[in-house]
Design a protein around this ligand. Structure first.
Ligand code: ADP
Ligand code: MG
Length: 702
């Protein structure tokens, strides 16, 4: 029997995680020694014994069957950006014509999905189509829709990585290793593992399913490709944190419950800036679990919406003219002896350690901002970045006054005054306590220090967080390694550390910007500072394979050059495909729906004109409107044909960057021209003649 949760009877703590093979369940069901070795694997990243897997598999199966599962699936994250699954049943025939439910250690550890249809960026041209999935014991298995879901990594027959999870796991290992080296220098002998933690805040829109079904653009591309502005937008700011409509609130409640059953710590929910826009934030988890859970969250968000007659839009820019949706990636590093390394802490010794890690992050972001930028690059996110609703495409760091004052003092070696006029000396062993930054949060900064973590705000709402965190972990590991290499042989640790920090601040402070990131003058200022401004996906993505970037991925064996090049190709290909689908959808909607509506409108005006003329009645209104409508309909026809012909010319451009650039510079521009005339016609056409729901319907009728 499937576990039906009756919330009236069961309390949240009782049903939280009931569909997850979590620690509690494992402890209950696994032999002690098996449980212990699995814990070791989960907490320390130690490889798991094969015999142990056999026992775990059997126990997992029994648990899942009790939950009503009949199948299992290796769940993975191919480069499509969405998760993939193939379900096998547990049944195994017996000699008497019946079946038993079986699941072996081998089946738990390894799967062989047909990999030929997953994007490989050319990797598989020379290799076999086969791919393997490998169990990731660090992310818990769960039961959903009658199947046992086993989180896995995905690679090709010859070992090339084909997914988003494997490099993330590797990056977690390398940052742990290097952070531990640095911690040892500070005399820490207890920490054995450092993990990066992530709390992704997820924005989304809800629209009515019946209205959604009438818009081909939403169905095919996830965003509106046409649509005149509604008379009301977000200008009154009456939606942000406003009270939640009943229907939305029922959805959110249902969603929370579904997520809690899957062990996802959904914590906050509120209305966002744009009408019909909302946010969900979980409590943070280790990077790979957060990444898995965010993927699962997005799926459950969409599914749950349907149950409420709603559609959840995760696109970064579903509507022009109102804010789009992002995903804030709150990121920190903590030790298994209980310290958050980005927490300023209570005593001076912790402070200097904190400053060391802080400065390492600053250097990493300064030297590899191109990687961070490209980790959030997508056709959808291009609409947001730099559009004064999300941080600009220039990656800079906000520290806040408090921390800035301390860094300045450290850099100049001077006495400084706090904002409370308290004087203190910055010296290696004598750093004073300082309060956490209490200044107003700077919402315009892409990479902000927020008290005990960094918040990277440039991610798009639809994207996986795996790539960004893989990059963050790797670039920080790289700087920590440099620090450790320098300091491990130091004869005077305090003074050498001091020198290193001063030098690092000096060399990297150009990336720190505490001002308004939406201000136009910042673009100029950033240019003067030499910070990259990679405006669009096609500007950013080609930097993946820059030598300096390949070097760090290869240094830590997170990705090989071949794998990076394949990822780069997939990203550019995806970009081109998306614009292509959007353009084709526009052409289709224009020809089948919009032009006919324009013609019908002009015909109705012409008919009225003829009738009035025969009656000798003034027909100035019809005349004025018919001129406008027929002019616009002509322009729409022209713009549609122009877009269509531009699409045909794509074949003259090589795949990859040249094609992607063509889509950005030529096709996208033609799409904008078509949209402009269609939106204008919409503003004069009668509502009953307009072929699909308007912005006012979509945004205000949930
Ligand atoms: P905001 O003001 O941006 O809403 P919150 O303090 O509510 O900030 O935190 C937002 C997110 O940051 C939450 O998902 C939270 O779990 C996460 N977070 C808090 N501490 C950490 C940490 N140490 N590591 C990673 N994420 C964290
Ligand atoms: Mg936030």
């Amino acid at each position: 029997m499937s576990e039906t949760v009756n919330q009236g009877v069961k309390s949240v703590p009782e049903y939280f995680g009931c569909n997850v093979f979590n620690k509690e369940t494992m402890k209950e069901r696994l032999p002690k020694n098996v449980y212990k070795s699995l814990l070791k694997t989960q907490e320390l990243g130690v490889a798991l014994d094969v015999d142990v897997a056999e026992v775990i598999a059997n126990s997992m199966k029994e648990w899942a069957v009790e939950k009503g599962a009949t199948h299992y699936t290796h769940w993975f994250h191919p480069m499509t950006g969405i998760t993939a699954e193939k379900h096998d049943s547990f049944i195994s025939p017996t000699s008497d014509g019946k079946v038993i439910m079986e699941f072996s250690g081998k089946e738990l550890i390894k799967g062989e999905p047909d990999a030929s249809s997953f994007p490989s960026g050319g990797l598989r041209a020379t290799f076999e189509a086969r791919g393997y999935t490998a169990w990731d014991p660090t992310s818990p298995a769960f039961v959903k829709d009658g199947s046992l879901y086993i989180p896995t990594a995905f690679c090709s027959y010859t070992g090339e990585i084909l997914d988003k999870k494997t490099p993330l796991l590797r990056s977690m290992d390398v940052v742990s290793e290097q952070a531990i080296r640095v911690l040892r220098l500070f005399g820490n002998t207890t920490a054995t593992r450092v993990t990066t933690t992530v709390g992704p805040e997820q924005e989304y829109f809800l629209v009515d399913k019946k209205l959604y079904d009438q818009r081909r653009d939403l169905i095919l591309t996830g965003r509106t490709l046409f649509g005149a502005k509604a008379p009301k937008g977000q200008e009154l700011e009456d939606h942000y944190f406003g009270n939640i409509k009943e229907r939305v609130s029922a959805y959110m409640k249902d969603l929370d419950e579904e997520l809690w059953k899957l062990g996802i710590l959904a914590k906050t929910k509120h209305n966002e800036v744009a009408p019909a826009q909302h946010e969900l934030a979980p409590i943070f988890a280790t990077s790979n679990v957060a990444s898995d859970q965010n993927a699962l969250t997005m799926e459950i968000m969409k599914k749950t919406a349907l149950k409420h007659g709603l559609v959840c839009l995760l696109h970064e820019k579903p509507f022009a003219g109102v804010n789009g949706s992002g995903k804030h990636n709150n990121w920190s590093i903590s030790t298994n002896d209980g310290q958050n390394l980005l927490d300023p802490g209570e005593n001076p010794k912790d402070n200097i350690q904190f400053l060391t890690f802080l400065v390492a992050v600053i250097k990493a972001v300064n030297n590899y901002s191109d990687l961070l930028r490209l980790s959030v690059a997508s056709a959808g996110n291009d609409h947001r970045l730099g559009a004064n609703e999300a941080p600009p495409a220039i990656v800079s760091i906000f520290l806040g006054d408090e921390i800035q004052t301390i860094l300045d003092a450290l850099e100049t070696g001077k006495m400084i005054t706090t904002n409370k006029d308290k004087e203190f000396v910055i010296g290696v062993d004598a750093l004073p306590n300082f309060p956490k930054d209490t200044t107003d949060r700077n919402r315009t900064s892409p990479f902000a220090f927020t008290g005990n973590k960094f918040e990277f705000r440039a991610l798009g709402s639809a994207d996986s967080i795996a790539c960004t965190n893989m990059i963050l972990n790797t670039i920080v590991a790289h700087v920590l390694k440099e620090f450790a290499d320098k300091l491990e042989n130091s004869k005077d640790f305090s003074s050498d550390l001091n020198k290193l920090l001063i030098e690092t601040i000096k060399e990297n402070k150009r990336v720190i910007f505490n001002g308004n990131g939406y201000d136009e003058s910042w673009v100029e200022e950033a240019k003067r500072r030499g910070l990259p401004n990679l405006v669009s996906t096609v500007d950013a993505v080609p930097h993946y394979s820059d030598d300096k970037n390949v070097a760090i991925f290869e240094e830590f064996k997170v990705l090989t050059r071949t794998e990076i090049e394949s990822r780069q190709e997939i990203l550019l290909e995806n970009y081109s495909k998306i614009i292509n689908i959007e353009a084709l959808t526009m052409v289709d909607m224009a020809r089948k729906q919009i032009i006919p509506a324009g013609l019908e409108f002009t015909k109705s005006l012409a008919d009225a004109m003829v009738a009035k003329k025969s009656l000798g009645v003034n027909f100035d209104a019809e005349k004025a409107l018919i001129d406008k409508a027929s002019c616009l309909t002509n322009s729409i026809l022209e713009a549609t044909d122009a877009l269509d012909s531009k699409l045909l010319e794509v074949k003259n451009y090589e795949d990859g960057e040249p094609a992607a650039r063509y889509y950005r510079d030529v096709v996208f521009a033609a799409m904008q021209s078509l949209r402009a005339v269609v939106d204008e016609l919409e503003t004069i056409a009668p509502e009953k003649m307009w072929p699909f729901p308007t912005y006012a319907d979509l945004l205000f009728r949930v």
